[in-house]
Design a protein around this ligand. Structure first.
Ligand SMILES: [Zn+2]
Ligand SMILES: [Zn+2]
Length: 358
């Protein structure tokens, strides 16, 4: 394969693929037998030296004597995208899979290209639009696909994409929430972020928790028991593991089947119902559903970048309340409420070079 990226090319890059690294991790549009082992890219030296420290230093030194520079253990697709981006000739978005984007990041990091430059960020925005629009509305339901986009959105500083994807994963992932790395490299991953799904069980349990603090008469005892029984019937158990094994979205849908007729009530004087009996259960369940659906806006890249140990002002609760009138996103590129702000604060210290070098 030979690709010309500049009309007046003065340098040729030969990329040689590492077969072992690609074993079992082949890009979606390439068959093993048709995959080239190497490719020649005719490039402009000045473009590479402008965009990359690594190329600038190496072209002055050890590479100067050769006209063709051979780069070993590369992904052909990753190099094609990376060199194409900086020569304003990236391949058609339709030929690039999420896996190829990961290889592009790997090459970009290896050769010291800045992912926050205008060219790579604009390219990624265009590719992401294509990749998501091409799948229609269904892309948001494809958990494997969206979890593969998580790290690329982080790397290319795509705040809107990162927000949408983290929100989708929190609401739709059964069990643990995580990224999906389609390439063999273990070095590429997100900083550890902690997103808890505990809000829903807390909301469902709160109703009985408050009741248990008061007087327990026969009616309340029967009522609490039948409330738990009804939640169990629709497979939503606030005290069990159900909530952690299923997605929040599924649990919220199951709550549609909550039937207040199954709740036991004692025979009261109709004019003197107790506090348990006088609750509007339909309203209560609907308000829990509404509250949970609107709770989490997805994670914010700006908040994630400000580590509590390095920028305590950013995390000053009182300052946010007083100076910004409770606006938790006044210094961010995206709109979000307090839960997003809070979950960004609750993350572990990052030691990943893909994060700290930026
Ligand atoms: Zn009662
Ligand atoms: Zn923010």
């Amino acid at each position: 394969m030979e690709i010309s990226l500049a009309s007046l090319s003065d340098l040729t890059i030969k990329a040689v693929e590492e077969t072992k690294a690609h074993k079992g991790k082949i890009s979606s549009y390439q068959k093993p037998e048709s995959r080239p082992r190497s490719a020649l890219f005719h490039v402009k030296e000045s473009v590479l030296t402008q965009g990359s420290n690594h190329f600038r230093t190496s072209l002055k030194g050890c590479w100067r004597r050769t006209e063709v520079i051979t780069l070993e253990d590369e992904s052909i697709n990753g190099m094609e995208v990376l060199l194409g981006i900086f020569h304003d000739k990236p391949p058609d978005p339709g030929s690039i899979s999420a896996t190829d984007v990961w290889y592009t990041i790997q090459a970009s990091h290896k050769y010291g290209f800045d992912p926050k430059d205008t060219k790579p960020t604009l390219w990624f925005d265009k590719w992401l639009s294509w990749a998501t629009q091409n799948r229609g509305k269904e892309w948001k339901k494809d958990l494997k696909f969206i979890s593969q986009l998580l790290f690329p959105c982080f790397y290319f500083d795509h705040a809107e994409g990162f927000q949408t994807i983290t929100q989708r994963l929190v609401y739709n992932s059964p069990g643990r929430i995580g990224e999906n790395n389609p390439v063999p490299s273990v070095a590429m991953h997100l900083p550890p972020i902690l997103i808890r799904k505990s809000t829903l069980p807390a909301g469902l349990y709160k109703e009985i928790s408050a009741t248990l603090h008061g007087t327990i008469d026969d009616c309340t005892a029967n009522g609490v028991c039948s409330y738990l029984k009804e939640l169990q019937r629709i497979d939503v158990e606030p005290l069990g593991n159900t909530l952690f094994r299923n997605s929040v979205a599924d649990i919220l849908t199951r709550l549609d089947d909550f039937d207040r007729k199954n709740l036991i009530r004692n025979k009261h004087d109709p004019l003197m119902p107790c506090s348990w009996c006088s609750r509007s259960w339909t309203y209560l369940i609907e308000s829990i559903q509404r509250r949970i659906r609107a709770y989490f806006d997805g994670l914010c890249l700006d908040c994630l970048r400000n580590h509590p140990d390095e920028n305590s002002t950013y995390w000053d609760r009182e300052l946010h309340r007083e100076a910004y009138d409770g606006e938790w996103d006044s210094t961010c590129h995206i709109s979000h409420g307090e839960p997003t702000w809070y979950f960004s604060f609750n993350r572990r210290r990052e030691r990943n070079p893909y994060y700290e070098s930026r």
